[in-house]
Ligand binder design. Sequence first.
Ligand SMILES: C[S@@+](CC[C@H](N)C(=O)[O-])C[C@H]1O[C@@H](n2cnc3c(N)ncnc32)[C@H](O)[C@@H]1O
Length: 303
Amino acid sequence: MKKTPPRTVHDFILWAARLFDNADLYFGHGTDNVQDEAAWLVGSALKISPSKLDACLKDELSLEQQNTLHALVDARITTRKPLAYLINEAWFAGLKFYVDERVIVPRSLTAEFITEQFQPWVKPAQVHRILDLCTGSGCMAIALAQAFPQARVDAADISLDALAVARINVENYGLRERVRLLRSDLFSALKSERYDLIVTNPPYAANDEMKMLPPEYRHEPALALASGERGLDTITTILAQVPKHLNANGVLVAEVGNSAITLQQDFPTVPFMWLSTSAGDESVFLLTAEQLQHHHSALARAP
Ligand SMILES: C[S@@+](CC[C@H](N)C(=O)[O-])C[C@H]1O[C@@H](n2cnc3c(N)ncnc32)[C@H](O)[C@@H]1O
């Protein structure tokens, strides 16, 4: 690696981007290209908010700042850790979260639907109780609490490690009164609870997929990614159990990534509504409580 890094913010971003490019890193934990990753690293390390970075591009860096950035770039390349873990920061739905290796790096495509309150499918005024199942860092629970200020949110995860990180985020956002953290194996600790909206980003990687993941993913908890032979173990259990946890006008929104096709094939009669993100992805589906009730016998008989 070049010993003396450039001196301005702008030059440093270009320098880092070039090194990232040569190192053949994988992006997908907050950014999807070298340039954005480099800008995120530099901005975060220098404590410049993303909106102010452009205005600081000509700033000269002190030797100490240069050394800090040099060490971070080096760590990103040699350890292959997602940048989010190196700087303990991730962004989701426009909000900043604390993260470390106890949780997956937030990146769910559900974010853009949360900020739009899932309209037109959900009537925000009717949403009083929300469940974020498989909450991880708590990013969705907190974004949901912000998007639905009148609602109370339960955030459940099986991992005590994840819940400890979620606790930090709930405290940071001052949401202790409205976001309740629960340890639960899916719905097991939520016995008779019912919700107007259940949102989930469960693990959905198939065993073969797990073996082929780039090194960056190996720093994330396997519990957050792996979901059996075909990647459908968790979502099929959720689909079988969710009807009794939704109010009559309730809605389930779930992300299933690449497993969307297999899921639809396994349940050909179920009218999954695949929500299109601005990037054109279709890996998040919505089902109403009525649809889930109607197809309950098919969903309870997972292949
Ligand atoms: C894909 S991560 C999603 C985390 C977070 N919602 C996000 O979008 O960044 C899945 C989460 O599900 C949790 N999990 C895995 N199996 C679970 C289970 N049986 N019951 C509850 N949570 C589970 C993992 O600990 C992990 O935090």
